[in-house]
Design a protein around this ligand. Sequence first.
Ligand SMILES: [Zn+2]
Length: 522
Amino acid sequence: MFIGDGMTTNMITGELSLYLDARTLLTRIAAARLIAHKSINGKYQSTMAMDKFPVLGHQMTHSLDSYITDSANSATALYTGHKSTVNALGVYADSSKSPADDPKIETIAEIFRRVWQGGVGIVSTAFIADATPAALTAHTRDRGRYGEVVDSFLNGITNYTWTNWTGPDVLFGGGAEQFYPNRASFQGKDYYAEFAKKGYNVVLNNTALQKTNTSTKTLGIFSVSNMAKWLDRNVYTKNLLAQKNSPDGSGGDAKDQPGLKEMTLKAIEILNKRHSKEGFFIMSEAASIDKQMHVLDYDRALGELLELDDTIKATLEYLKQIGQLQDTQIIVTADHGHGFDVMGSVDTKYLQAQKTDRKKRNAVGTYQESGLSQYTVADPRGNMSALVYTNGTHFPANWDPRYTLFSGLGADPDRRENYQVHQDGPRVPALNRTGLPVTDFYVNDKDSVGGFIVNGTLPVSADQGVHSLTDVPVFAQGPCQDLFGGVYGNVDVFFRMAQCLGLSRPGANGKHNNSSSRGWNG
Ligand SMILES: [Zn+2]
């Protein structure tokens, strides 16, 4: 189960059109790649990996009591088949004081483990206690109880030990601050040691991850907080320095972080080794599509989306290689959207040369003035003979062309836009400025220098964009792919997965493990 957090069809389309444009250029110029990649009557033979999935569905993301969801709420729906409320993980929120005693709902990972003793993998580029990974094992109406969330990965929830939860086979992500002993770890404990005590290998960088023993349960924590973004790991690498985010808590830099692809492939290798008979369930999340959409850093968000697609492509190849592709159901979906689309292009050189905001806006080209994408041209001056088609990995060759995407939408704080890549690291669009009340955010002077000011539409207390209403896509391939076509609620993703995994049938121990007969409120 791949989750592009906050990923919408518009974002995929934005990327897709980028490559369609690239292919148009390739056809005209007959660059080296054109001879390697077949083009027949203007129909290109390569598309994104998720575009090749045979079945597409749409899921509706509304929650129990609000029509805009957060990631805790939507992950609960996707994993349990029950709608819940904002901030709730695997529970119905009740009115009692404790956020730990709300009525609990068993998750797909817990049921799969209970019924089939199957393998479970949890992978995310977020801090691992964040909502989308957390909702597989945590049961609380407060997603912010990060220490308890990490404890739930390892120990499950107290008083429910009959679920035989012994921790996931694989847990990979960021969020070291909940692991090394400090105030943010549960009861100040050392969770690297707690996991090791229960038989886990613990790895803290990509080099160790690649060398790890694949027959042992593995914990991989690669940074403090959210992991580095694809754009910073691969293009603007100086942004990996001076972060003080080493996962050992030493205050050094986490310079050797794996990407989503490296984590996911290793996770599947371990799961397949440990559970070749029982099978496995893995959730792999491209978390920073959402996180970078929030701060309006569209280049970084799209980099994360392309990394997700690259991960899917590599996963399909790996499953084929180990002979498991035919028997593996793969779905690619999101938990909610963000307002985003591409409406044209921006001549960034012209924009920078203008003196007033009203003149700068003339840099925006729509319809016929939108032209073609320049992101695949390696030469920043637009020299067509220097066209490089991104070494076959389907990432832009040039992130900083003169003509960029005119992208974005509403639901933003006040900010400035120059429509150029943010080379110095993830964007901070709005700040609380001196002289204003602390809940008042306005344009960050150091952001998007030379651009024009765009008035926000959110309350001035917002320094980020927010989630949106849009249905999100479900791409499906595998033995149960036909279950996933059409338009349905996010909870139906759970029921379709449960049907595919045979979770309502007698378990391997012969007992009928129907969830309602065991006291879960079905
Ligand atoms: Zn979000």
